[in-house]
Design a protein around this ligand. Structure first.
Ligand SMILES: [Zn+2]
Length: 261
C-alpha cells in the first residue's frame, strides 16, 4: 500500500504538460538537466574540432541568435552558446543548459538562412519542451523503478546522488540519441512557431524536409534516422503554416528581418 502511495506521489510530482497539451513525465530538475547538457556539450567539443570557416560561423550564429532572441522567461535568460563543428554529417542538436551545435555538413542540406532556422528552431524546441528530461525519466523508471521510488521520495537519499552519477556516465544516451515520434512532431511544430517569430518564412521548413528526404541514407543524424516519414511531417507542417503566418508577418512588421546569408 505504501509503495502504491509513493508511486502515485512520484507520478504526480513528475507530471507536467507540453505546450501542445501532451502529458509529460519529468523527474529531473532543470538544474540537473542543464548540468547533463553542459557535460555532453563539453564531451562533444573534445571529440569534434570546431569549424574555422568564418562565414559559416557567422551565418549559423546569426540564425541561432535570431531564434533564441524570440524566447521568453527563463529561456530568454539562458546564455545560449552556438558552436559549428567540422563534421560532414548533416546534423544539429541543442541541449539543456543552452548549448547549440551545428555540423558543417548540415549546410549541404539546409542551404538558406530560413532552412537553417527551421533546423535550429526544431532543435531549440526539443529543449524548451524538456524532451531529454522525459527520455531520461522514462529510462530510469523502467530500469530502476525501486531505486527511483526511494530517490524521489527523498531527494537527500544517497540513491538520488547515484542516479545523477549514472546519468553523468550515460549522458550521451540521455541527451543525444534521436527522439521518438511524439517528440519529433512537437519539435517540428513548436520550431515552426519559433522560426516565424524570428522573421524567417515558415514555408522554408517544407523545402528543408524535401532536401532532407533527398539527402536520405543511413547516415547517423537526428533528422535522417527518426521515425516520422518526411511525407507525414511535411503534411503536418503544411497544415500548421497558415496559423503561424500571422506570427511571421508580425515579426517582419516589428523589424525582425534577419539577414544571415
Ligand atoms: Zn528532433
Amino acid at each position: 500500500m505504501l509503495v502504491v502511495a509513493i508511486l502515485a506521489a512520484a507520478w504526480v510530482a513528475g507530471c507536467q504538460t507540453s505546450t501542445l497539451g501532451r502529458r509529460q513525465f519529468k523527474l529531473m530538475s532543470a538544474t540537473e538537466m542543464s548540468g547533463m547538457g553542459v557535460a555532453a556539450f563539453a564531451e562533444i567539443s573534445k571529440q569534434t574540432p570546431p569549424s574555422r570557416d568564418a562565414g559559416v560561423n557567422a551565418m549559423v550564429s546569426c540564425v541561432a541568435n535570431a531564434i533564441t532572441g524570440t524566447l521568453i522567461g527563463v529561456n530568454a535568460r539562458t546564455r545560449w552558446e552556438v558552436r559549428v563543428f567540422a563534421d560532414d554529417t548533416p546534423n544539429a542538436f541543442a541541449l539543456p543548459g543552452g548549448k547549440i551545435g551545428v555540423n558543417t555538413g548540415l549546410l549541404q542540406v539546409a542551404r538558406t538562412q530560413g532552412q537553417l532556422a527551421a533546423v535550429i528552431g526544431h532543435e531549440v524546441a526539443h529543449v524548451l519542451e524538456g524532451h531529454a528530461n522525459e527520455r531520461v525519466s522514462a529510462s530510469f523508471a523502467s530500469q530502476t523503478a525501486l531505486q527511483l521510488l526511494s530517490a524521489v521520495a527523498n531527494a537527500s537519499n544517497p540513491v538520488h546522488g547515484q542516479m545523477i552519477g549514472l546519468l553523468g556516465a550515460g549522458v550521451q544516451v540521455g541527451v543525444l540519441l534521436p527522439y521518438g515520434r511524439q517528440h519529433e512532431r512537437e519539435a517540428d511544430l513548436i520550431g515552426l512557431d519559433l522560426m516565424a517569430k524570428a522573421g524567417f518564412n515558415p514555408h522554408e521548413s517544407i523545402t528543408l524536409w524535401h532536401n532532407m528526404s533527398r539527402a536520405g541514407g543511413a547516415r547517423r543524424s537526428e533528422f535522417l534516422s527518426t521515425h516520422p516519414s518526411h511525407g507525414s511531417r511535411i503534411l503536418e507542417l503544411e497544415r500548421r503554416i497558415p496559423s503561424v503566418m500571422l506570427l511571421y508577418q508580425g515579426a517582419r512588421a516589428s523589424g525582425r528581418i534577419p539577414r544571415c546569408s
